[in-house]
Design a protein around this ligand. Structure first.
Ligand code: F6P
Length: 542
């Protein structure tokens, strides 16, 4: 990207944008919203409050063209090996494809096996919901314990949380990811073994944390009265590693498939989403897939200038590579979406937190930002002070469903008002003169007003997007999640990085083995650096 003509043009163009304030841009152009917003399905993106002009967008689109974005998006959809370091295609989009057009991986059409997996999920959900599937004492399942971590956990958890209003009364879902025994202990203590079904979700079936949680849970089942031969009535697995899942004791019939061509953080659309289907019903799970698939069509076919994920990606590049932003804040104004920042954090940071190009060359430009955020309005009363007044610029995405299904309309009106007002405040700010005048108007004397005004002023000109969902339905949720997936993919293409591997997490896993061996076997070893050695010794003397 650093040799890009479009980037050079953007750098020169930025000098002229820097002299203009967003407030002024709005005053000069009453059609700014119309020009800088996109609606697709049930989602509208208002990106008018970014430090951009028509020229900025034109140059950003030129950058996308230079990167061959359109062509590379298509490469992903048709199954080219875009995950080059793992030598795999990336086909989470095939999981939600609504047509039967074939997609081949190594010469084999994968659509029939996707349909088969969906049919197996549907049947399983029906059998659990109808009570046909029962525990070892013949009782229907009331609780599902989901074990898994990272992509095999977060997506399903936050979707189940987000779609609370679509959740069935039974069964109740419990997610345990962390290897911290406190969590598993707390959850198991509240469960009745006779009515609990365990879902072990692990693509590799080798992730230490998940496997320890699975072993402890299996022991809990056995200690609570199950015979070995009855375990299969209570445990199912989702994995691409049939061998390890079978060795663990899950019968092949109880194993739902996963494939190499689905990355963990992109996998909630596969059988990894089984907990979602169990929670909201298979029909609603299909709506989730439909929403994502409509966003896929939009990403694949809409012209770049009207392409929601592409525009979000380009605005990110503008903020990061031209203005130096290193973080991006996600604020959902919806209690049910409170888990979304964590999911987008994993999706974005595990994908685009990279320092070499696809060819292994060191990058000399920034890539994925740190993603952070939490639920609005709570965050306004916590960290928004810094966003409004510090000298660090934090681009923000405000996300809000407009219609909600609760009887407190006044609450929704206030929530929406705060969301829109925060977006406006970040854009327009307040000058020292305006602050001074307000203080005078409130009756304060001139001296005090002059002293206080600088503290009350804020620069504004802070970039932000507002993403509105007509309502928080399974379909719109699917589209929203796919929107962020594609934003991440588009940015990865522009930065020429591999958004689908995650080698950075391996070293910690590797180094934890000898540390764990020392600790669990009570061995003293001098093979560590003095800090690690001392930490181990301190722990062992506890
Ligand atoms: O540690 C990162 C990671 O490999 C993620 O990419 C993945 O989603 C998670 O661990 C869990 O992996 P698995 O599904 O194989 O247990």
């Amino acid at each position: 990207m650093n040799k890009s003509q479009a980037l050079l043009a953007l750098q020169a163009h930025k000098l002229s944008v820097e002299t203009r304030h967003l407030k002024q841009m709005f005053e000069n152009d009453p059609k700014r919203f119309e020009k800088f917003s996109i609606t697709n399905g049930g989602i509208t993106l208002d990106y008018s409050k970014n430090r951009t002009s028509d020229t900025t967008i034109r140059l950003l689109l030129a950058l996308a063209e230079e990167a061959g974005l359109k062509h590379k998006i298509e490469d992903m959809f048709i199954g080219c090996t875009v995950n080059t370091t793992e030598n795999r295609p990336v086909l989470h989009t095939a999981l939600r494809q609504r047509s039967n057009s074939s997609i081949e991986v190594e010469g084999k059409d994968i659509i029939p096996e996707i349909s088969e997996a969906l049919a197996k999920m549907e049947q399983f959900c029906d059998d659990v919901h109808s009570g046909k599937l029962r525990g070892f004492k013949g009782k229907p399942f009331t609780d599902i314990l989901c074990l898994g971590i990272g992509g095999s956990f977060l997506g399903p958890k936050i979707v189940v949380q987000a779609l609370k209003q679509y959740r069935r009364k039974n069964p109740k879902l419990h997610f345990v990811a962390n290897v911290d025994g406190c969590h598993l202990y707390d959850v198991l203590s509240e469960l009745n073994v006779e009515t609990t079904l365990v879902v072990v979700a692990s693509k590799s079936f080798a992730t230490e944390e998940t496997m320890l949680n699975a072993r402890t849970t299996r022991n809990w089942l056995l200690e609570s009265g199950l015979k070995e031969s009855e375990l299969n009535q209570h445990i199912v697995a989702i994995s691409s590693n049939i061998k390890l899942a079978t060795e663990f004791g899950v019968e092949p019939d109880n194993i739902f498939p996963m494939w190499d061509w689905v990355g963990g953080r992109y996998s909630l659309w596969s059988a990894i989403g089984l907990p979602i289907a169990l929670a909201i019903g298979f029909d609603n799970f299909e709506q989730l897939l439909l929403g994502a698939s409509e966003m896929d069509e939009h990403f694949r076919h809409a012209p770049l200038e009207q392409n929601m994920p592409v525009i979000m990606a380009l605005l990110g590049v503008w903020n990061i590579n031209l203005w130096g932003s290193t973080s991006h804040c996600i604020i959902p104004y919806c209690h049910y979406l409170r888990g979304l920042p964590a999911h987008i954090q994993q999706l974005d940071m595990e994908s685009n937190g990279k320092s070499v190009t696809k060819d292994g060359q060191q990058l000399d430009y920034l890539t994925g930002p740190a993603i952070w955020g939490s639920e609005g309005v709570n965050s306004q009363h916590a960290f928004f002070q810094q966003i409004h007044q510090s000298n660090i610029v934090y681009p923000v995405d405000f996300i809000i469903p407009l219609r909600v299904n609760n009887s407190f309309q006044e609450h929704q009106d206030m929530l929406v008002s705060h969301c829109f007002a925060q977006s406006q405040a970040l854009m327009q700010g307040k000058t020292v003169d305006e602050a001074y005048q307000e203080l005078i108007d409130s009756g304060m004397d001139e001296k005090q007003s002059r002293e206080l005004a600088p503290h009350k002023s804020m620069e504004g000109n802070k970039p932000n997007n507002v993403i509105m969902l007509e309502e928080l339905s399974p379909k719109n949720m699917g589209a929203l999640l796919a929107l962020y997936e594609h934003k991440v993919v588009a940015q990865g293409i522009i930065w020429n990085i591999n958004s689908f591997d995650q080698w950075g997490v391996e070293l910690g896993k590797q180094l934890s083995k000898p540390v764990y061996q020392c600790i669990s076997e009570g061995l003293v070893s001098d093979g560590f650096d003095c800090s690690t050695q001392s930490l181990i010794e301190k722990y062992m003397k506890k």
